[in-house]
Structures are given as structure tokens and as C-alpha cells.
Design a binder for this molecule. Sequence first.
Ligand code: GTP
Ligand code: MG
Length: 442
Amino acid sequence: MQQEYLIEEFDELDPDNWEELENEEDSAFIATVIRQGEKVEDSEASLDELERLADTAGIAIIGRHSQKKTQPERSTYFGKGFLEELSEKMLQAGVNLLIINDELSPMQARNIEKTHQIKVIDRTEVILTIFHKHAKTKEAKLQVKLAELQYQLPRLKRLWGHFDKERGSMRAAGGSASRGMGEKQIEIDKRLIRLNIRKITKAIDQITKQKETQRKQRDKSKKICLVGYTNAGKSTLFNRLTDAGVLVEDRLFATLDSTSRQLKLSTGAPAVISDTVGFISELPHHLVASFRATLMEAVDADLLLHTVDISDPRHEYYVEQVNEVLKSIGAENIPQLLVLNKSDLVDERMQTILERYYDDSIALSAAKNIGIDTLLQKIEDMLMDNISYSLLLPYSQTALVSRLHDIAIIESEDYLEDGIHLKVIIPEMDMHLIQQYIRKDD
Ligand SMILES: Nc1nc2c(ncn2[C@@H]2O[C@H](COP(=O)(O)OP(=O)(O)OP(=O)(O)O)[C@@H](O)[C@H]2O)c(=O)[nH]1
Ligand SMILES: [Mg+2]
């Protein structure tokens, strides 16, 4: 069984004590700035995504507005006239919540709320709310809690503003909520939050260590990790490959933790595959930092199965966004196989075009069980290509060493008395270059 992290000293994070978010705000307006050079279609698609995120968080969107601007204003994000118009429209529609498709600075949010008497939340808060609602395991809960606290810390003053207006309407800062609190209370809460951050960080470190030990135990196994944009079908594919029965749902961020299972390969080589949290564009950085225990699964993999929904016209953008996140966690050099999922929803001609367009890709349908055998075959081929070789080169071969730096992944490099010791992963086609230097005892 996975996820048996018994961290008794953190009882307050037990499922029973996990404070439930209240959601009295069930309708809102969304708004964005269209920056200079940004295409209107891209901005609209991003608002569509925000609307979907809001829906997952339990908020219905009944108005959508955008303002063209070179860039957002430093103090109020939108221009004054636009905000006045917007708050007027919100008043008419009887809506008191504005969601902005960006991460607001604490000052911007405070200024908008003070001047226009509307409640404003940003994209990050919507994502945090979803993560909060979907977190089931202790690992996920601790990580979400950490991200929330880090997000709240610089925003306490504003959060207390919310409590003054509407009791307990926002995520309770540090767990305590009352009314009309002044600066002193904010200071007390800041201290409380910092203390909690330290405690939770310690607990997460413990989880990370346990996971590291688990990973070391399966060190001989090849590690494969499913990554991809949220809702791409990673968990569906994981279940298809392993019969693990993890949760699959047509909603964003259904999976928030990682699950690993043995993967049976026809070569008999031991392999483990992991399903993990999905990515989204502009994933809040606090979440990326907090989810490092979960994301280590991807960082440590020998092969990433980068899953993308090809029935969505924005597939190329999703691939780019996922690669961005992979880069930010240091997993950009891990070999990838791009799984073009949901092929049942596009015609065959399109599948062929896309398979040619994307290097190392395969079109399949996880849900309809089409193309799974080919996928397994491809995984085997790719893993075979990724064997690392130990080499011993004489010092006369420094030119080859620098060539290897260009064409291979150098895992280690030591200049010793008997020559240059290298550990390299090299493409099949370049094997002839190193053949005579492979150390036989390895
Ligand atoms: N038509 C079709 N639907 C699919 C396919 N694979 C997955 N789905 C659907 O896509 C939705 C999301 O699937 P999940 O497997 O939960 O996606 P995920 O990538 O794990 O999503 P998160 O965990 O939320 O990041 C579900 O409704 C699945 O039934 C497929 O091959 N074809
Ligand atoms: Mg999933």
C-alpha cells in the first residue's frame, strides 16, 4: 500500500480536522487584461479555462470582461474607469465576487476591494480552492496547506478585511476567525502561520525522505512517470496499464498525489509506473514548491509519458505549458514519450498528421483501449535505449569526451589516474563511438 504516512504529531491535519471551505459565493464575474501583443483568441481560451476552474471550485460565472492594456496597472490592476464600470455591472447583476485571471499582488487586491466594495480573488486562489477540496491523502493535504499558508502570509491584512465585511467568507487565516481584528491580531496570526509553515515543512520533509527510501528500494526498476496537463487522461491510462483503479473524473485536478505500481514489460525487466498531479499553465509557484514530494516522482523518472488530449485544439499549447513546468522542477532532460490521448475523438488522418508532427509520439485512446500494446512496445524500446554505460577513456580521447557532451547525457565524469571514467546514456545510433571503451565489468 502506498501513502501510509503516519505522522502522528500532525494530528491537526487528519481528515477529520481538515477545515472545510465554505462556498457562499456561488456566482462571479471573471475579468482579465489583454496585454499588448496578446491575441484575443488566446485570452478568450484562457478565460474559458478559468471558467472551468471556477466551476470545479463551485462558482458559476455569469459575466466576462476584458480590458486591453500595455500591461496591468501596478496599484489597481485594471484602469479606474474600467473598474467603476465593472463594479456597476456587478451591482446590477447582484454579484459580489470578481475573479481575475492572473496572480494579483496583495496591494492590487486590497486597493480594488477598498475602492469598489467588491470582493476579488485571483486565479491562484481558485486553483488553491480546488486543491483544497480535492486533497484526500495526508500527503496532498499537507502540501496544499503549505501552499495556502504561504499564499496567505503576505495577504493577511486583506483577508481580515474580508472577515470584517462578511464573517468567515474566506479561507480562515491560520485557522482562527473572528471579527474586527486590528494590526495586533494580524501580527499574532502571522506568527501562528509561520509556526504552522515550519511544522508542515518538517512533515513534508519526512514524507520526502520516506518516498526517497521507497524509490531507492526499487532502484533497479526502470521508473516511468505519467505527466501532463490536467484532465489529459493520465489516470485513465495508468489504470489501463496497471489495473490500479485510481480515480478518474472529467474535472480539473482529480489527482493530487502520486500512486505507483509495477508495470509488466515483455522483456521481464522490472519497471514501476507512477500517476501524479496534473499541470496547468501558470501553476501557482507556491503549489509547485509545496508539491515537491509528489513531483519528485517525475524528477526521478527514467522516462516520462507526457500525456496530452489531442481532441483539444490547444494541444500544442498544453505540451508547451507542461514542458515549462517540467523545466521549473528540473525534469526537462528526462526522455519523453508523447502520448496523444483521446484519439477516439479525432479522425485517423489527423492522428497520423500529429504523430508525424510530434517527435517520439504515439496516438492512442486510454478510455477505449486502443493502441495500448503499441505503447508498451514503444516504452520497452525507449527504456532499452536508455541504458547507461560506464566508460573508461584514455586521456588521448578528450575530443571524444567533448563530443559526448553534445550527443549524450553524462551522468558522471571523473578524471582518475587510469583515465577518464564516464557514465553516459547514449542514443543507439551513436553506440559505435563508445563500443571499444565500455567497461566489461559493468
Ligand atoms: N474520449 C476519451 N475520453 C478519455 C480518454 N482518456 C480519458 N478520458 C476522459 O478524460 C477525463 C479525464 O481523465 P483522467 O484520467 O481523470 O485525467 P487526468 O489526466 O488524470 O486528470 P487530472 O488528474 O485531473 O489531472 C475523464 O472524463 C476520462 O474519462 C480517451 O482516450 N478518450
Ligand atoms: Mg488524474
